[in-house]
Design a protein around this ligand. Structure first.
Ligand code: ATP
Length: 196
């Protein structure tokens, strides 16, 4: 079975594209949701997070998300340290999940694939590309936040053009080109690879 990643910048439409693959019967692992669950459920990871941020990181056994977010927001070193414990745990969990799938291929959707080294466990990576202006508008509407707040998040991610060059397939989600035919073309290409 092929292991495939889907990545792209904030608001590019990764989840939207992943949902279309799901309608084709392809199982999808959503790394962000999984990481949140692991931070509440994986005892080893919980201990590591607690070591990094202190007891205030958890309230009644549940991650105190606003506290942790505040700790890392303007502290790149702390964010790097947090990623250094969360990413390997999520990569290992995704790997375990992949082993259990029986479809021709399975997808891992994650914003940070190349940044976390997750591509080493994947056979192919699909990039979802959307122009910056559209991504800003989408995230402002989806999350009810200001343009400046979106820009702050966006500026922490690596350049979109560079990221797309690292991908094996690119799906353009610019509200002009249709998504479903592009997803179908990649789906067919992956099925052909799997059968080769
Ligand atoms: P993030 O990295 O922030 O999780 P994402 O890349 O997963 O974002 P989505 O959540 O799929 O992006 O899309 C961002 C928002 O834009 C969502 O509200 C989604 O419904 C909307 N959106 C995405 N693609 C389209 C499209 N082609 N047409 C209209 N709305 C879209």
């Amino acid at each position: 079975m092929l292991k495939v990643g889907i990545t792209g910048g904030i608001g590019s439409g990764k989840s939207t594209v992943a949902h279309i693959f799901e309608t084709l019967g392809i199982p999808v692992y959503y790394a962000d949701d999984a990481a949140k669950k692991l931070m509440n459920g994986d005892e080893r990871l919980k201990q590591q997070v607690q070591q990094l941020f202190g007891d205030a990181a958890y309230t009644d056994g549940q991650l105190n998300r606003p506290f942790v977010a505040e700790q890392v927001f303007n502290n790149p070193e702390k964010l790097t340290m947090l990623n250094a414990i969360v990413h390997p745990a999520t990569i290992a969990d995704a790997e375990k999940w992949m082993q259990q799938q029986t479809a021709p291929y399975a997808i891992k959707e994650a914003a940070l694939i190349f940044e976390s080294g997750a591509q080493e466990n994947l056979d192919k990576v699909i990039g979802v590309f959307a122009p910056k202006g559209i991504r800003i508008k989408r995230v402002m509407e989806r999350d009810g936040i200001t343009r400046d707040e979106v820009m702050l998040r966006m500026n922490k991610q690596i350049n979109e053009t560079i990221k797309m060059r690292l991908c094996n397939y690119v799906i353009t989600n610019n509200e002009q080109e249709l998504l479903i035919p592009q997803v179908l073309a990649v789906h067919q290409a992956l099925l052909a690879l799997q059968n080769a």
